[in-house]
Design a protein around this ligand. Structure first.
Ligand code: ADP
Length: 798
């Protein structure tokens, strides 16, 4: 339209007689009279002259007849070179088709490169041509309108190049990429650069070209995150989100979608660039890493060892639960001491310098306040560049193991010691037993064959008795230690006159001890309670045994000086504190403890000067402790010793019996005389011994050799006054026999006599109805006393 108008007005303008020879003079001039027309022509001339487009006219010979300044500019030439230019003769023929088209009455068009013949200028042009006709509709020439599109073309090419680069880039970096332009009405117009992935997951592009459609294939668990990200995208944020989509076949695919907003100068979002990447394998790897990490975390935290990493700056990026709990890492005060930490740092340094795992043993204070021995492996850690970044510590608490090792070593030493002791004991024991036996056997034979007078006989008999007592003591000690071991010793507290017991002990040692009489020893007793208040509750038998042990030792190890024993009552009046003090050999400090262990003596060599089994103090210790007390010793080597022991003080408000020193057997005579006593004994010597003792007091002694004979004798109604029943008997043992007799006679006095030291026979005898009990070897005095008491008792009952 514009071109047609232009055509007619240019024509009119030329008729106005302007200098230009633009159009032929032969043209129609009939319409140029009106002033408006003149105005119009002027306007179009201005338009022609100032048009941003190059405009030129040509005649039917393709010769340029006129052109505007813009064309001259555009071709960078002079007007003169253009006017009359025969376009058929130009070098670049690319525009000729369009020129010819217009001369053939059509609209011509050319767009492309063009090199000007007149100026050799090269560029891109867009050329439109139109025919010019006269009123008879004959073609008189043409008009060409040229636009320089070089810049536009360059931009377009740059755009294409950049789009290609995008495409290549997106192919390289993402599995799907698109550019979305936001239309003024807000709709999104998506252009895919790379849609390989989307095709792979089986969707047509139109199935996923909006956010709403995407939302439909997003995994339900990721929908919320997806919606949030869409909000972010639309508000202009750059958003990157990993989420799962379900592909057309129902498989889950992990993708990363990153969307960059494109904004105009006002900051308004005008487009989006979206990149989608299939990260399924990355996610699988990530999940595998997370799984491995969790597994490792579980192992580290549940491992029964301490695990930690000390970073090179001294911090602890990793400490497992076990170690945290052990040293209270999360608490205010770390239980490990500064000195221990210092040692730790030192071993870290050693591991770092060694560049390999080292093994250390370190003592660490745990929150229980105890020092624990830890076996620690320390490994220096290096990153992928070989840079040192810390030390891994793995520690194992070996305190208990160490303790076991120590105990085991001690036990081994003890076993070895015990073995040595056993051999020493056997040798010692053999010596200890043979020594009194030597006296007994040797002197007995000498007595039988060679003793010449009564005085010599008496002297030898004394030696035999002493040796026999000594032998009995050794055997009793061995039995006692075995009974203590098996827990068979029971403490039997009875009413006991303490002062009397001590006086008797004193008298016994004073009158019977070879040491007291032969050595220059001042032997003393000191009691603290008045006789009227000295009745207490205690096991008198065991108390005597302990005192005898201590006094025997004091006498054995003292050549001259003083031996004193006795007791005091402590301030709180709850304990009796006994002591046995001597000015003898004394005990070296390092032996003070071991002498209370069994078989231990200060001198354990074979050349030792003093005999003994090393059992007395061990037995005394056990007995005192069984009675609820303690035993200890104070001693100075070569100066003397004081053995102390305590016992609970349980006074009894009871008058002490009057003491009688009358030990003569004459007082029993009446009671024994004419009494029929049945001695049940299978060993003839033992029978003869008892018969001798009893007949000495004019008793009538009957004999039974087994339990059955005893029962029969009791049944026969022979008036028997008392039975002395041995327990270990053939045919029917003593217990069974007593039980049988008790079935038909409950009053006949029966005294059990036994040599069995281990079973609790005293108890047993009482239970089955014995009147008393006497242990073998039978001391004559004991026999007389016990038989006397039983007979006297039965007499009063009758
Ligand atoms: P034994 O006297 O039979 O050797 P004990 O157990 O009674 O056994 O004593 C162990 C050891 O303790 C003795 O061998 C002796 O070395 C030391 N000992 C005990 N009492 C005294 C004491 N009063 N003076 C010096 N040493 C003593």
């Amino acid at each position: 339209m514009f071109v047609n108008l232009l055509k007619s007005h240019i024509y009119k303008f030329n008729k106005m007689g302007r200098k230009s020879n633009l159009i032929s003079e032969k043209k129609d001039t009939q319409n140029i009279n009106s002033v408006e027309s003149i105005h119009g022509i002027e306007q179009y001339r201005l338009l022609f002259e100032n048009s941003p487009l190059g405009i030129f006219y040509f005649d039917t010979n393709s010769r340029i007849t006129s052109c505007n300044d813009r064309l001259v500019d555009l071709l960078k030439t002079d007007r003169e070179r253009l006017i009359d230019l025969d376009m058929k003769s130009i070098n670049d023929k690319s525009i000729l088709t369009s020129i010819n088209d217009s001369l053939n009455g059509k609209h011509g068009f050319y767009e492309g490169s063009y090199r000007s013949t007149v100026s050799n200028v090269y560029g891109y042009i867009s050329l439109r041509t139109f025919p010019i006709t006269n009123t008879d509709n004959e073609i008189t020439g043409g008009v060409g309108i040229v636009e320089d599109i070089t810049q536009h073309h360059q931009v377009k090419e740059a755009l294409i190049a950049s789009e290609n680069r995008y495409r290549i880039l997106s192919n390289l970096t993402t599995d799907a990429a698109s550019i979305l332009s936001i239309e003024p009405d807000g709709t999104l117009n998506r252009k895919w650069l790379n849609d390989k992935l989307l095709r792979q997951i089986g969707y047509e592009l139109q199935e996923i070209d909006t956010f709403e459609k995407w939302a439909k294939i997003v995994h339900p668990d990721d929908k919320e995150a997806f919606s949030k990200s869409v909000e972010g995208i639309l508000s202009g944020e750059k958003v990157s989100l990993d989420f799962r989509v379900i592909d057309k076949s129902g498989n889950i695919i992990w993708i990363n979608n990153t969307v960059y907003p494109e904004k105009n100068n006002d900051g308004k979002v005008i487009g989006l660039i979206s990149a989608v990447k299939d990260i399924s394998s990355q996610k699988v790897n990530e999940q595998e890493i997370i799984k491995q990490k969790n597994l490792l975390g579980l192992i580290i935290n549940n491992a029964p060892v301490g695990i930690w990493v000390t970073a090179s700056d001294g911090s602890y990026p990793l400490i497992n639960k076990m170690f945290k709990d052990a040293v209270g890492f999360d608490r205010e005060n770390l239980s490990i001491t500064e000195k221990e930490l210092e040692y730790c740092r030192l071993s870290d340094k050693i591991a770092m310098e060694a560049k390999e795992t080292i093994r250390t043993e370190e003592e660490l204070t745990f929150i229980d306040g105890e020092k624990h021995i830890n076996q620690i492996l320390k490994t220096p850690l290096y990153d992928e560049n070989g840079e040192f970044f810390g030390v891994l510590g793995i520690s194992n608490d070996i305190t208990e193991r160490k303790l076991y090792e120590k105990e085991l070593n001690e036990a081994i030493i003890k076993v070895e010691e015990a073995d040595k002791l056993k051999s020493a004991f056997l040798a010692n024991m053999s010596h200890e037993i043979r020594t009194p036996l030597n006296g007994i056997i040797g002197f007995s034979k000498y007595l039988r064959d060679y003793a010449s007078n009564d005085a010599e006989r008496m002297h030898i008999l004394d030696i035999i008795c002493g040796s026999a007592d000594h032998l009995l003591n050794i055997i009793n000690d061995i039995i006692d230690i075995s009974k203590l071991d098996s827990g068979q010793v029971k403490i039997n507290p009875v009413t006991c006159d303490l002062n009397k017991l001590l006086y008797e002990t004193y008298n016994f040692f004073y009158s019977n001890s070879f040491e007291v009489s032969k050595k220059e020893i001042n032997f003393r007793l000191s009691t603290s309670l008045p006789d009227s208040e000295s009745v207490i509750l205690t096991d008198d038998f065991r108390l005597k045994q302990v005192l005898n042990n201590l006094l025997s030792n004091a006498l054995k190890f003292t050549q001259k000086g003083t031996i004193e024993f006795g007791y005091t009552i402590d301030e709180s009046k709850t304990k009796i504190l006994f002591f046995v003090k001597d000015s003898g050999l004394g005990i070296p400090k390092d032996k003070l403890d071991i002498i209370f262990e069994r078989f231990r003596q200060v001198d354990d060599t074979t050349t030792r000067q003093y005999g003994g089994t090393g059992l007395g103090l061990a037995i005394s210790k056990s007995l005192v402790e069984l009675m609820g007390g303690e035993i200890w010793v104070e001693s100075e080597f070569e100066k003397g010793s004081v053995f102390h022991f305590s016992l609970p003080f349980n006074p009894i408000d009871e008058k002490p019996k009057l003491w009688s020193d009358d030990c003569s057997i004459e007082k029993y005579d009446d009671t024994f005389s004419g009494k029929k006593i049945l001695v049940v004994e299978d060993d003839n010597n033992s029978f003869l011994y008892l018969k001798t003792l009893l007949e000495k007091l004019n008793a009538i002694v009957l004999k039974a050799e087994n339990g059955q004979q005893a029962v029969d004798a009791a049944l026969q109604g022979d008036k028997i006054d008392l039975i002395l029943m041995d327990i270990q008997l053939p045919v029917l043992n003593g217990y069974e026999a007593i039980k049988e007799i008790r079935k038909f006679n409950q009053t006949l006095p029966i005294i059990a006599q036994t040599a069995n030291a281990f079973t609790n026979e005293k108890e047993m005898c009482k239970r089955i109805g014995c009147n008393n009990f006497i242990a073998k070897p039978i001391d004559p005095n004991d026999l007389y006393r016990i038989v006397y008491e039983v007979l006297a008792n039965s007499k009063t009952k009758k």
